[in-house]
Design a protein around this ligand. Sequence first.
Ligand SMILES: Nc1ncnc2c1ncn2[C@@H]1O[C@H](COP(=O)(O)OP(=O)(O)OP(=O)(O)O)[C@@H](O)[C@H]1O
Ligand SMILES: [Mg+2]
Length: 578
Amino acid sequence: MLKGFAKYIRPHRGLFFLDLFCALLVGVADEFMPMMVRQMINTYVPDQNWQMMVRICIALAAIYLVKLGLNLIINYWGHIFGIRLQADMRRDLFAHIETLPVSYFDTHKTGAIMSRITNDLQEISEMAHHGPENIFTSAVMLVLSAILLARINAELTIIVYCTLPLAVLFVMLIRGRQLHAFEMNRIKIGEINADVETSVAGIRVTKAYSGIDKELKKFNHANGEYQASASKAYKYLALFNSGMIFFTDLMYVVVIIVGGMFFFQGKINSGDFVAYLLYISMFLTPIKKLVDTFEQIVQGATGYKRFNELMHVPGEQDDDGASDAGCLAGDIAFNDVSFHYGEKGEDEDDEKEQVISHLDLHIKKGETVALVGPSGGGKSTICNLIPRFYEIDGGSITIDGRDIRTMTRESLRRNIGIVAQDVFLFNGTIAENIAYGTDHAGMNDVILAAKKAKIHDYIVSLPNGYETNVGERGLRLSGGQRQRISIARVFLKNPQILILDEATSALDNATEMQIQTSLDELSEGRTVLVVAHRLSTIRNANEIAVLTSQGIQERGTSQQLLEQKGIYWHLYQYQFAK
Ligand SMILES: Nc1ncnc2c1ncn2[C@@H]1O[C@H](COP(=O)(O)OP(=O)(O)OP(=O)(O)O)[C@@H](O)[C@H]1O
Ligand SMILES: [Mg+2]
């Protein structure tokens, strides 16, 4: 784990060591003052050596001035180091998330992924520089003050240090519980985040179904749980902080009593006595710092553990020996394909879970095959298997006779254009959204694509035309407009293989017919898999497959299927006989 972490520190090691070096010097700088005061009380004051007193003060001021510079470096460049480290890790994490398979996002909450990329990384970077800084300063201060104190009077030093195990014991007793409580806190906050995220995303549904009370109840529950866990965490925090302050106070008492006795017996003089008192605070500061750092390190380490876990979720990796698919002609064949969603491996032979079972389907180059059938039959699933969004359990899918697993995903997907049931637009301009997925598309190409998708006229009617921002997820556009933009996207991409999963379902009849002509045009000479509920749009398909949960029940041209008087015929009667 450390090795992986060192990889991120290495590029910024200059800053890292500068930070550590300065922290070390700050630790040393603090040790001067009690010694100087001791010298003053013991020698210069009785001697009334005014000159030396002034000199000492000037020296002290100079030391503090240097310390100011050092602290500036630590606080500024230390954080810069942290930020750079964080940025590097975030870049890698984001890049990795982009490679994760679609199935990962089926089962992981966006909120959780968000907190990985923000909170966790923040904590890691804080740990990465404050940790070593504080450990260094504290260690230096502890060791130096112990040496300096022992040089004044070893006996007294040992007695003072004897109270230390008590403090350590106390720290160990409370700290664990406190950390646990804060960890719970974080989990609860994560739940609140996830709640807010889904509530905001689903605000329309909430309003439409008068679900505000329900959302409030859900949220208040999570909020209440957070409150409870936070209260517990702060109970330990209060105990801990107050306890630590009490220990400091206790040490003063010890020094005052024992030191007073030593002073009485003439074992130490007044200067030593004062130096002792001053060192006590110098001595407890690093302990408190170490304890705080311990917490930071634990948090950073758990953050890093989670970072590592996510980084080790296998991304989509091309199979060994996979090569570029090049320009595919588009002869697609499903050979005995079985598939089910979820974890692979355990219950593979559980037939109930299979969404697709031993499916054979051939979409010849340049032909159009339509899938029809009841909802949930697996039509969209089949569409998702061609660009390899999911891995099949058995059988094979080939394009031009070549197993798609022997192609790099990127090159495979380059050959495929998808217009899906649910359209996703990115926050950005209309032009950007149309050009998404096509490198080096000029404005003229974008306009041409928009014209083909019958959206150009609408776009130019907008005040900002193609530069209009579509809003988050394209929410500023109507469903049909979004759909047409996604169709324009495919027109621009101009792929050999087309997958139309209810591409026109969001459109009114008139527009659907208009776009249908464009889609027919686009389909010309390409291989098309089309899913449609409205049978009028697929009447001309070369083959129609009726897919139910039992698999493909009927296949043939529209004419042939009508003659069979089976499921297709029933669907047809239902839609047209009215
Ligand atoms: N991401 C997923 N994770 C788990 N199960 C899924 C997922 N997507 C779909 N399913 C399940 O797989 C089955 C087939 O779904 P699919 O979306 O392929 O149906 P469909 O034929 O396209 O239906 P529709 O006509 O309603 O679009 C359904 O039972 C569905 O619950
Ligand atoms: Mg579907």
